[in-house]
Design a protein around this ligand. Structure first.
Ligand code: C2E
Ligand code: MG
Ligand code: MG
Length: 519
């Protein structure tokens, strides 16, 4: 509105200025040149007409210029509202109209409509590691590939940075829908060449909703495929999830948890608990501790990090939580040291977003410096499966962390899809055997063999091994026979508040001389 007013004011001012100048100078010139009154009148009339003609043309040209600019803007806004600026594919609003139309057509003949929402897994990480230009190129290539494989069978939209949507109209059977989804999965499974050289593998999660089975309106159908997608993302990369009514409630709960967790960061509801890690052998010396985040809402039971960490990971809140954990862990270690105790190395868990965020090294070294600690105070734990997804960029980050003196642990080892051979390639210091293997050691020979293989390979590659979730003496004995270096689990201690860990440290110091050591 302001812009339109300014343009109108400009046109008006130019008109008045030109008009004024014209009247003044032309009248002065006429008076100087013509003495005869009749000729003067005739020339005045011609002058008036000439003025009207010239200024009319000027006003026409300026109005035309202003209006065409405005029209171009409207067309641009329309394009932005209806088409994705990068790929030119229809956007969310256009998709809703398309779904509406497909539903109307389906109503008459009793067919169905399926909406498949697709989200590329770990695209943020691809963007961070390859740069935004190559990220954009990948998004365009994915769009082209989807369009190519779908042909006339489905309608493709691009509704978010790395989110696409497919509308299958006139669906006659589940089989037909499954074939469509397989087509899409197959297209995405092929590597993409980006930047002319690199072969990039993408994986995608999908959420599927159906009309009339799940929803009665286009907006509902889209919301439901979104909820199914959120569920698929939660389950892990590459998951395809069909909408279920219970998901609406789950999505609401996740939003609620995220909002409350955000508030918890500013209040006093978060705490770090510490679980001791003990060396194998008769003295079971304390060689480490894992810092585990706890959320203790005042009027509700505590929620497990296994539940809230993935929610925070998805919303991005994990970066703030992670920063809080780093700061708290350093604060505690410094306090124990100031009290004359010798705390062991403390492990902190890094989420994948934190790991891939550009300022991680500075964040860690900054916190250590503030508390007068060195990098040998911390061990950084990364889960195996998340690390595997990052390829060479993950390896580079690991190398830069190790160059700073941090030790790296591969957490939940054995649960990811990596082969044992990766142990040789990754710049890591220790592995933490997942507690699912430890739990079945007593009954499963196969798991015993697997753990034995993990330990011998780790020995060959010079890695330390910690067994997680050691709950029984029998498990400890088996692990010791297999050559496991250290243990963590309820057999020794549950994770405990910092002040209890303090007492334990003080107790250890008074009963046995403190020895430096690593787990
Ligand atoms: P994790 O890193 O594998 O941590 C070990 C988990 O095993 C902890 O669960 C611990 O309480 C549990 N545990 C230890 N010993 C035993 C045992 O003997 N038996 C059984 N049943 N469980 C045992 P917790 O504290 O619930 O944490 C779950 C997961 O949440 C952690 O698994 C970690 O992946 C994540 N997490 C916790 N704190 C943080 C954090 O500060 N940042 C990030 N990114 N993730 C965190
Ligand atoms: Mg851990
Ligand atoms: Mg673990």
């Amino acid at each position: 509105m302001k812009g339109a007013m300014r343009t109108a004011l400009l046109i008006g001012t130019i008109y008045v200025v030109i008009g004024g100048l014209w009247i003044y100078y032309s009248d002065t010139a006429l008076e100087a040149m013509v003495a005869d009154l009749a000729t003067m009148r005739l020339l005045q009339t011609w002058k008036g007409w000439a003025f009207v003609l010239v200024t009319g043309m000027l006003v026409f040209w300026m109005s035309w210029w202003a209006l065409s600019r405005q029209n171009a803007l409207i067309v641009r806004l329309h394009r932005l509202a209806y088409f994705h600026p990068l790929t030119g594919l229809p956007s969310r609003s256009a998709t809703q109209s398309r779904v509406d139309q497909a539903m109307e057509q389906a109503d008459g003949v009793g067919l169905g409509v399926a909406v498949v929402q697709i989200d590329l897994d770990g695209f943020g990480i691809i963007n961070d590691s390859f740069g935004h230009e190559l990220g954009d190129e990948l998004l365009c290539k994915v769009a082209d590939e989807l369009q190519r494989c779908l042909g006339e069978q489905g309608w493709l939209g691009h509704i978010g940075a790395d989110e696409y949507i497919i509308v299958f109209a006139g669906v006659v059977s589940r089989k037909q829908l499954n074939e469509g989804i397989e087509l899409v999965s197959g297209a995405l499974a092929r590597p993409f060449s980006v930047g002319g050289v690199s072969k990039v593998h993408v994986s995608a999660s999908m959420g599927v909703s159906l009309y009339p089975e799940d929803a009665t309106s286009a907006s509902q159908l889209l919301r439901f495929s979104d909820a199914a997608l959120a569920r698929a993302k939660h389950k892990g990369p590459g998951t395809i999830e069909r909408f279920k009514a219970s998901m609406v409630e789950q999505a609401r709960r996740r939003l609620n948890v995220d909002a409350r967790l955000r508030a918890a960061l500013d209040s006093d509801e978060l705490a770090l608990h510490f679980q001791p890690i003990h060396k194998s052998g008769d003295d079971s010396r304390l060689v480490g501790a894992e810092a585990l985040l706890r959320w203790l809402p005042p009027d509700e039971p505590p929620m497990s990090p296994a539940e809230f960490i993935p929610i925070a990971e998805q919303s991005g809140l994990i970066l703030d939580l992670g920063a809080w954990v780093i700061e708290q862990a350093c604060t505690q270690i410094a306090r124990w040291k100031a009290a004359g105790l010798s705390p062991p190395q403390v492990s902190i868990n890094l989420s994948i977003r934190q790991f891939m965020s550009p300022g991680l090294v500075e964040q860690l070294t900054g916190a250590l410096d503030r508390h007068g600690l060195s990098s040998s105070s911390l061990v950084l734990e990364m889960t195996e499966s998340l690390l595997m997804e990052q390829g060479s960029s993950g390896r580079n980050i690991l190398e830069s962390l190790r160059a700073e003196g941090f030790r790296i642990a591969l957490d939940d080892f054995g649960t990811g899809y990596s082969s044992l051979a990766y142990l040789r390639e990754l710049p890591i210091d220790l592995i933490k055997i997942d507690r699912s293997f430890v739990g079945s050691l007593e009954r499963s020979q196969a798991d015993r063999d697997l753990v034995a293989a993990m330990i011998s390979l780790s020995d060959i590659f010079g890695l330390r091994v910690v067994a997680e979730g050691v709950e029984t003496l029998a498990q400890r004995r088996i692990l010791e026979q297999l050559g496991c270096h250290s243990f963590q689990g309820f057999l020794f201690s549950k994770p405990m508040p910092a002040k209890d860990f303090w007492s334990m440290l003080a107790n250890e110091a008074s009963t046995s001389p403190v020895q430096a050591g690593q787990h």
